[in-house]
Design a protein around this ligand. Sequence first.
Ligand code: BGC
Length: 387
Amino acid sequence: MKRLKKVIALLVASAALLSAVACAGTTTTSTTTAAAAAATTTAAATTAAAETTAAAATAKVGVAMPTKDLQRWNQDGANMKTSLEAAGYTVDLQYASNDIATQVSQIENMIVGGCTVLVIAAIDGSSLGTVLATAKEANIPVIAYDRLIMGTDAVSYYATFDNYMVGTIQGQYIETTFGLKDGKGPFNMEIFGGSADDNNARFFYQGAYDVLKPYIDSGKLVVVSGQVAFEKIATTAWKTENAQSRMDNLLTANYATGTKLDVVLCSNDSTALGVENALGNSGDYVVGDNWPVITGQDCDKANTINMIAGKQSMSVFKDTRTLAAKVVEMVTSIVKGTTVEVNDTKTYNNDKGIVPTFLCTPVFADKSNYKTILIDSGYYKEADLAS
Ligand code: BGC
């Protein structure tokens, strides 16, 4: 970190271009919130148009992604790189194998390596404060990508999908499928949430829970294990194997004596996959017969294949191309010093203030519409989904 500080001091003192670009970024946030303002620091950004265009042409963007293990982040990274390069930027794209220290050191290298904007999908939303303080010192704007970065005033913007709406879509799907509004029930349910260190996870959970709570309260949805609170249903690191072993345990403890599991609310596809594996291994559940309704999110290939096969009922599609395009727009506005478009300035408080956010819209997906939204749109090829 000492070495980094020295280099940063040098960078700040001598790199006129870096400072011009960063300053150009600062003008864009003047109308937004304290968090954004804090990230903008002092510079008077009256860079001439010609200068900013030249700066844009040479700007280097650091893109820090959490892991290659999950399909979606590979697509996010690839889309970001392609779109940024097409817009004329140089890109430093890094994946951190879900290891926090690796991600911190990758971001340090991006700062030292002269990146003028950072786009970061955090592994642990609360572990980047120190390194991002260094970015702020060097006037490098930071865009939180998909996951909010917590506890720092160095985040300028946040781009994501409407995370609460993801949960609402899942909850409403269960409500409709089981005729809960018509008073049907009781049905047995279990809940699998995301990783507690990911700020998104509680939004997904809350969105679904707000729809389903009245039915849990009235006994029309019965969580047989009694595990309802977020802390009980969270899945560390969103890992398939963690969800699978918890489902194994739940089945043994609560459903071994003929009690039927009707529905599993899973926040995303990696957790859904674990649940599906456990149900398959149990030998007690048969697709097309007594297989439970299972929700998901991301339309990962494995899960879309399972949807087609009847092992997963739905997923929420978040087109990574849409998010990448939005972030490229944000980067360009920052570099050019024009207003950064946001559509939410109230929801996402990172404990240091509200972060101005652009929310993209998630889309319901199931067996009946996957061809239109995934194949016709070019997201997947038919062959990708062959089982
Ligand atoms: C993302 C989800 C993803 C999950 C696990 C969340 O932050 O929003 O799309 O499934 O992380 O990687």
